[in-house]
Structures are given as C-alpha cells and as structure tokens.
Design a protein around this ligand. Sequence first.
Ligand code: CP
Length: 360
Amino acid sequence: MKHLIDPTDLTVEETNNIISLAEEIIANPEYFTARMAGKKLATLFYEPSTRTRLSFTSAMMELGGNVLGFSDPKSSSVSKGETVEDTVRVVGCFADIIAMRHFVEGAPYVASKVSPVPVINAGDGSHSHPTQTLTDLLTIKREIGRLDNLTVGFCGDLRFGRTVHSLIKALSRYHNNKVILIAPDELRLPDYIIQDVCVKNGVDYREVSTMEEVMPELDILYMTRVQKERFLDEDEFDRVKDSFILNLEKLATAKEKMAILHPLPRVNEIMKEVDADPRAAYFRQVANGKFVRMALLSRLIDWKDRPEHTMPEHPDYFVDRTMHCTNLKCISNVEGADPLFHRLDDGTVRCSYCESKIRR
Ligand code: CP
C-alpha cells in the first residue's frame, strides 16, 4: 500500500504518472466520472482549510465517490481525547482512503503506520504539504512546459512554509533546477531542507534579501504568506509580516513567461493589481489542485494491493528512549509516539516525524 506523507514517498516515476493522469482528466473529464463509484474518502481536518479540503471533496465527487469526515475536531471524539492512531483505526473501518490535515508535525505519518487504508498528508504543521506540491508541479508543467532546468524564487515565510519545504524536495529530484531563497533572517529556510535536500542533492541554491535583485532570472516566483498562527512570539511576527509585497512595479523586470505561484490564502504579499497580469497563475493553480487530487485518489486506490507500489522502506529508522525531539509541535511530544530517529551520512540525527535536528 502507498501512503503520501512526504513528497518523496512517491518515486519520480509515480509523481510524473499522477501529473500525466491529471492532464488526461483535464482533457477528458467525462471519462472519469464513475472512476471512484462506491468508494469513500474521509477528510480528517484538525486545522482550518479552504482549498485542500474542498478540492479533495470536489475531486472525490467528480470521480463518482462519496466523502465523510470532519473539518473541526471539536465535533468529533478528538475532543474527548481520542488519539490520532485510534481515530484512524476507526475511520479506516468506514472509508477507502483518508486525507488528514493536522497542526501536529508527524501526525499523518503516525496515522499511516496503523491505517488499513491509504493516508494522505493534507498538511502537518510547518513540516510538509505533499498534495500542494503535486498541485504546484502540475501548475509549473502547464504554465512553463517543463519540470527541469528551472530557476525558482521562493519568497516570504520559508521557515514555517510547509508548501515551500515540500516543493523544494520535489524539485530537487528533477534535473538542473536552481533555487533562490528570498527571506529575512527570521524566516530563513530550515537547516534540514538546506543541508539534507539542497546540499545533499547538489541543488544550486542561494539566499538573497530582495526579490528585485533576482526577478529577471526567475522562471517561477513562489510567493508565500507570513503565517501568524505559527509564531510563538507576536512581536517577532509584527517585525517580519510586511517583509515582501509583490506589485506591478516589481514585476517590470520579470521574464514575459515567468509564472507567479502562491499556495494561498494570501494576506497582503501580492497586491490585487497583480491579479490581472497574465503571469499571475495562483488561481489557475487552485483549479489544478482539484485535478491533481482526482489523479492522486485514483492512483492510491488503484495501487493499494499492488506490490510494486509500496511505501519506501526506512531500515535506518530506530527508536531510542534516551533521546527526545525538542520540537514541541512534534507528535512525539504531543501524543507520546515512540521517539523515532534516523541518522544521516554526516552523523546528524533527525527526528523521523518532523525532521528536527536532535542535539545530545
Ligand atoms: N494551499 C492550502 O493548503 O490552502 P488551505 O489552507 O486553504 O487548504
């Protein structure tokens, strides 16, 4: 069985297969209307969402399937203290596939370990958002025509931006993509993405402090919202919240064919005047999200009993009760999941739920 917890749970071939199927669905939607007849998707959303939850719902409906679940955990037995593990064991009796969003990092991974049906991570805290990544890849393919030889500028909240973390992981597996990181010091990309993804895979990356200095180079400008809900210190949020605001003046030096992406929602980081520019792809990106989730749901259900589509093995993962992850938003600190770690080639130990570095 294949779950989707991290973008690298899919091979590049499986990722391309899902993107191609999404393109087929866009071209011939009528051919897919009964594809999921009799199947049920459970959407378990412990954190707010508009696009991800509703696009999953719409995707399953378009495929002829049904949807159940909750969008507010207070309306479920989570409010009585039921754990993620028990919730998923129960929901797995009612649904053929589960999409879970959780504010706790690593929660969908823990769910996947006990679930009898495929689990899709619909965003876990600041960690990962692999279905947004599939949406972004499909959008890049449709807007620019390729997934390699790209220069991609990531701008804004690269520290807490789970969509950024996941997309950089995915782009690092295609040929010759270059990454430019545009963020203030407080919102820099986490070390685990720089070291374990960019450096390890030889991705050409650099960090800059303004979008203007790199605008002419970019094929993609990936804007992000500064996420107030992730800050522990409100003063720190106030200092950085208006760091980058894209307007038409700043776009003047951009390539004619550049695409502006944003996972949305936006607050003030893209001025409304940009929306009418042909390079503004963020609402087309939203529409792509439904089609790519249709393709993903179809494939994960098709692949469930196919031995060639199984989860990647992690033989290097180990439990060590003498160590602990210091990330208070990690499932190992919230629901007492077994402390699970892996060691990198350079000896660094990381939490296997949230990828935080373990200091001993
Ligand atoms: N892009 C995204 O995840 O949006 P929602 O939070 O509205 O689902």
